[in-house]
Design a protein around this ligand. Structure first.
Ligand code: F0G
Length: 364
């Protein structure tokens, strides 16, 4: 049986690496595309979730980190750095460890989910907490990497989007063609840009920062999907059309007011005839709950924004009957159990260690 080799080797023809180049991989990619019947019945469409929390460090960031860190190994840099709302830092720390590099992660103080912080720490990164938000951290790390021999591995590094575009390839390979609609949470706006690039390349077009080696290759798909982006209500610069100075949302992963890939995300939206809208924290938590309790997929709040946006669109009558729709759910729910458990009944009074007591507690 075929054993998955990680996305650089699986999609070698579509990525800017040559035979013999160093490859740092934790065998990321190849994530589940799960048919979500609980969403079919709520939307009248055929809805799949791309479960990116199944990647090695629990988020889609691993796709971009295998490519970014592999490229760093062709340079003299010994240190990589990133700003992060948590997942990028977890992934950078893990891939730097695998590559024998050091990682420095610049984080907004007090706004990182505990699981993500734990990952950066155990993988051996050096953490700096900044009294500011993600946008401050990204500004600082950009300046830092310009003035020091340190490689920047945020998604403004073009190798990041190269890796992340492969999720679109996997979806087309599995469904046999592109979906009609693709829905994504949008924070720093790299991922929606990467998917759009991937869908375009598979349809025989180039877009954005394409580095494909596929000029002249036959198209794999017959079409590209509409790209639907979803932001959190209090962190929705792309919806409002201006920078948000103090972004706020329970979905800390996408608590971003000035996305780096702003222009690419707008291009993806407009070229695909899609849209970018926003949902409230309450809608995000409700979507998280539906996914966990009715689909069996536990995602973090930022990830649930895609599903919340789809459900909102369905209520507004914007979902075409019978359309094939893929929602990317970007990160694993285990990264932020505190938010998932908030407001839940957690007092488990122990019962006697007998069958009768347990059966009675179960109302059996
Ligand atoms: N979902 C999750 C779970 C994320 O961690 C992020 C971004 C996004 C969605 C948004 O993706 O930025 O490409 O639009 N997290 C970054 C980080 C900012 O630092 O981990 P995007």
């Amino acid at each position: 049986a075929h054993q998955w080799q990680g996305l650089i080797r699986e999609y070698a023809d579509w990525l800017p690496f040559d035979d013999g180049d160093p490859i740092v991989t934790l065998k990321e990619g190849g994530t589940p595309l799960v048919h979500a019947r609980a969403l079919d019945s709520r939307t009248g469409a055929s809805v799949y979730v791309k479960v990116e929390g199944a990647n090695p460090t629990g988020s889609f960031k691993d796709r971009g980190m295998t490519t970014a860190i592999s490229q760093v190994l062709t340079t003299d840099a010994k240190v990589v750095a990133c700003a992060s709302t948590g997942n990028t830092s977890a992934s950078a720390a893990a891939y730097a460890a695998a590559a024998g590099l050091s990682a420095a992660v610049i984080l907004p103080a007090g706004k990182i989910a505990a699981g993500k912080l734990a990952q950066a720490i155990v993988h051996g990164a050096t953490l700096v907490a900044v009294d500011g938000n993600f946008d401050d951290c990204l500004r600082i790390v950009r300046e830092l990497t310009e003035s020091h021999p340190v490689a920047l591995v945020n998604s403004v590094n073009p190798y990041r989007l190269q890796g992340q575009k492969t999720a679109a390839f996997e979806i087309v390979d599995e469904l046999g063609d592109a979906p009609d609609i693709h829905v994504l949470p949008v924070g720093n706006a790299g991922n929606i840009s990467a998917y759009w690039m991937g869908y375009c390349e598979y349809a025989g077009r180039t877009a954005l920062t394409s580095m494909a080696r596929t000029a002249g290759a036959a198209p794999v798909s017959t079409k590209t999907p509409q790209m639907w982006g979803v932001q959190a209500w209090g962190a929705a610069p792309l919806v409002l059309g201006h920078v948000v100075e103090n972004p706020e949302t329970v979905a800390t992963a996408i608590r971003i007011g000035n996305p780096a890939s702003w222009k690419y995300a707008e291009a993806a939206r407009d070229d695909s005839r899609g849209w970018i809208d926003r949902v409230t924290d309450e809608q995000i938590l409700q979507a998280q709950s539906i996914l966990a309790a009715e689909t069996g997929v536990f995602v973090e709040p930022g990830s649930a924004a895609s599903v919340a946006g789809l459900l909102q669109a369905a209520e507004q009558g914007k979902v075409p009957e019978g359309a094939t729709i893929v929602c990317t759910v970007t990160g694993n729910g285990l990264k932020d159990t505190a938010t998932a458990l908030e407001g839940r009944e957690l007092s488990f009074d122990p019962v006697a260690p007998t069958l009768e007591a347990v059966a009675s507690a179960l109302d059996l």
